[in-house]
Design a protein. Sequence first.
Length: 453
Amino acid sequence: MVHNEKVEGLRIEEWKTRYPLLHKMMEMDEVFWTNPSYDEIAKVTFSVTPEEVKDAEERLRRFGSFIQEAFPETREAGGLIESPIVLINKMKNYMGSRYELDIPGDLWLKCDSHLPIAGSIKARGGIYEVLAHAEELARKHHMLQPDSDYSLFASDEFRELFSRYSIAVGSTGNLGLSIGIISAKLGFQVTVHMSADAKAWKKDLLREKGVQVVEYLSDYGKAVEEGRKQAEADPNCYFIDDENSKRLFLGYAVAAKRLKKQLEEQQITVDEDHPLFVYLPCGVGGGPGGVAYGLKLVYGDNVHCFFAEPTHSPCMLLGLMTGLHDRVSVQDFGIDNKTEADGLAVGRPSRFVGKRMEDLLSGVFTVADEELYALLRALRDHESIRLEPSALAGMPGPVRLFQQEAGRYYLEKQGLTEKMQKATHIVWATGGSMVPENIQEVYYAKGLETQGK
Ligand SMILES: *Cc1c(COP(=O)(O)O)cnc(C)c1O
């Protein structure tokens, strides 16, 4: 066992004394943690600036004409890659009986599971980073004028340029899918380094699109490391670094202002008396981190963001709680990083994201795999929405907030206890619309096994 080994100079037993929650985490039990460093917005320094997020929004707008030409399903939205929000009252009722709690406030689902092009939250960050890189190359080769129409990016001339460059990425599946699809469309040579958790259908789909897929028997960290090595050896290869990328982060952050517009269209108020709670599934951290960061820029103290992780892969929680960030992995504490939630099967968190979220994140909770399947089945039964297991991780959030002592204490401390009837809860559904039918059925069947729990 690992118990006598040291992590960053301290024995595991000493870490457990400092952070008693580790006892349950190491048992792989569900936990709910609130962030002691969470601070009011006036005291926070935003090291990624609002201007940088705005710049990313504008870049995506410029690419609208290319996107709608390359991906006709985005035409109606003018080439905007965006997903709807849906009120899920029936699911709320189901949860009410499953967990014996009437959730105060409204429950919405943000359907990034149904984002065009890649069917997951990775259609935000992944596509953005590839577009930013393509724009940079086109500028370098003097192929863009200040007033160029970006449908040029679909031309043979641009494809020829990009065919001389390559892109590499390490992924548990969905990032590879998103980057593989957009890169192949632009004409890049793409290599996706896939961890052992990546599902076979994701690899098959990429190969169909002409993407080179390299498979590893170990976890996500290894896939990233190999991708990085390959790229370093080739000056024409651009590596998308999921563990450190600011561009990915910015692509995700753009979601916030778009969500604000959607909430306004639904006449949902977010202010001091109407708090917004957002529950985001977390792997290495980039997706949920970018979105949450963007939301804090838009809504400040009135939004409360929680990350959700599998009980077997609580890497961001471990990194934030101990302050060790990427200097620690769940495996260091004997936690196995084996989960059916493939998109979240990450053992070591992003330092970049951890540092950005240190004082902005309200908390993190963990969810057992069986719970993900039961909720997957229920969401399909009650709302006819199909997700992949990872995408359900946020769902228990609104219940945990009220049922866990740490959650109630958080509400009390923030002066929110009396305001919760007017709260809006958004569960961020991060993937699922591209899952093949037969695999959906397997997921659904697994949900039945745990439904009676
Ligand atoms: C990647 C992914 C996440 C989490 O994003 P990270 O950037 O890895 O934290 C959540 N859900 C799904 C379905 C994903 O593919």
